[in-house]
Design a protein around this ligand. Structure first.
Ligand SMILES: [Zn+2]
Ligand SMILES: [Zn+2]
Length: 262
C-alpha cells in the first residue's frame, strides 16, 4: 500500500522535497552551530567540555574508536583479501565486499547519531575523510567510476531535511576524485524501521525498495554504494540488485560503520 502511495505522489513530492531539503538543511546547520555557540561545545561521545569550537569530539574518544582497517564480507564479516573475487560464502550476491571505518559502537555510533538526529552535518565530512583514508590505506578497492548514496524515500527525506548518506557520498567523491550521483537510484517503497527486525524480516522489508532510474548511465558502470551504517546488509543488497538489473558491471559498498548482527 505505501508503495503505491509513494509512487503516485512522487512527482509532486519532488518539488516540495527539494525546497524542504534546502531550507531544513541550512536551518539545521545554523541551529546546530548556534546551539554550540551559546552552550560551550561538548564531545559527542563522552560529553566532556571541549576547548576549541568547531571540534566535535575529544582525542581520547577518537583514539578509542573501534576501527576496522580491511575490506570485509557483508555476510560473514571475514576479511577479504581479493575484493574483486568477493567472498565464497556469498557467491553470486549482488554485492559482497564492504569498506568501513569501524564498528557501530562508541565513536562511530556517536558520529552517525550526531549527523542524523542532531543535524551536526559537518561531521559527514569527518566520516568521509576517515572512510577515504581507510579505502586508500588498504589500496584494494577495484576501479569504480561512480559513487551512489543509498537514497531515502522522498517522504523520509522531507521529514529529516537531508540524506546523511548523500552528504557522506558527496565528500567521499571529492576526496576520491570520483563522480557522485543521487539520480540513478530511487527509493520507491517507504520501508519500516529495521531496528527491531530479524535478518529475514529485514530482507522482506527491503524487497523491491529501490528502482534504477538511469539505465543508460548505469550500463557497464562500476559502482561504490555509500551508506551510513549496515547491519545485515539487506539494504545494500537490495540496492545493488536494482543497479545490477540496470546493467552495472560491479557493485561494492562503503559504510561509515557496521553494526553487530544479533
Ligand atoms: Zn570524548
Ligand atoms: Zn563471507
Amino acid at each position: 500500500m505505501s508503495e503505491i502511495i509513494g509512487e503516485s505522489v512522487e512527482h509532486r513530492g519532488g518539488a516540495i522535497r527539494n525546497a524542504g531539503y534546502v531550507i531544513s538543511r541550512y536551518a539545521r546547520i545554523l541551529t546546530s552551530d548556534i546551539v554550540r555557540f551559546v552552550y560551550s561545545p561538548e564531545c559527542i561521545v563522552c560529553e566532556e567540555r571541549l576547548e576549541q569550537d568547531k571540534v566535535y569530539f575529544c582525542q581520547r574518544c577518537r583514539d578509542n574508536a573501534q576501527d576496522i582497517s580491511f575490506p570485509l564480507c557483508i555476510r560473514c564479516r571475514n576479511q577479504i583479501t581479493v575484493p574483486r573475487m568477493g567472498c565464497a560464502c556469498n557467491d553470486g550476491a549482488a554485492v559482497s565486499v564492504l569498506w568501513t571505518c569501524g564498528m557501530f559502537d562508541g565513536f562511530y555510533r556517536a558520529v552517525i547519531h550526531a549527523i542524523k538526529y542532531h543535524g551536526l552535518l559537518p561531521l559527514s565530512k569527518t566520516a568521509a575523510e576517515i572512510l577515504a583514508s581507510r579505502i586508500r590505506e588498504t589500496q584494494r578497492l577495484p576501479a569504480v567510476d561512480l559513487l551512489v548514496p543509498i537514497p531515502l524515500h522522498w517522504s523520509r527525506h522531507l521529514q529529516r531535511g537531508f540524506n546523511q548518506s548523500e552528504l557522506i557520498a558527496e565528500h567521499l567523491g571529492a576526496l576520491l576524485d570520483t563522480e557522485v550521483s543521487n539520480k540513478v537510484l530511487r527509493r520507491v517503497k517507504r520501508t519500516k524501521d529495521q531496528t527491531r527486525l530479524s535478518a529475514k524480516e529485514r530482507e522482506a522489508n527491503m524487497r523491491g525498495a529501490f528502482a534504477p532510474t538511469g539505465r543508460r548511465e548505469l550500463a557497464d558502470r562500476r559502482i561504490l554504494l555509500v551508506d551510513d551504517v549496515t547491519t545485515t546488509g539487506s539494504t545494500l543488497n537490495e540496492a545493488a540488485a536494482a543497479l545490477r538489473q540496470a546493467g552495472c558491471r560491479n557493485v561494492f559498498a562503503a559504510v561509515v560503520a557496521v553494526a553487530s548482527i544479533n
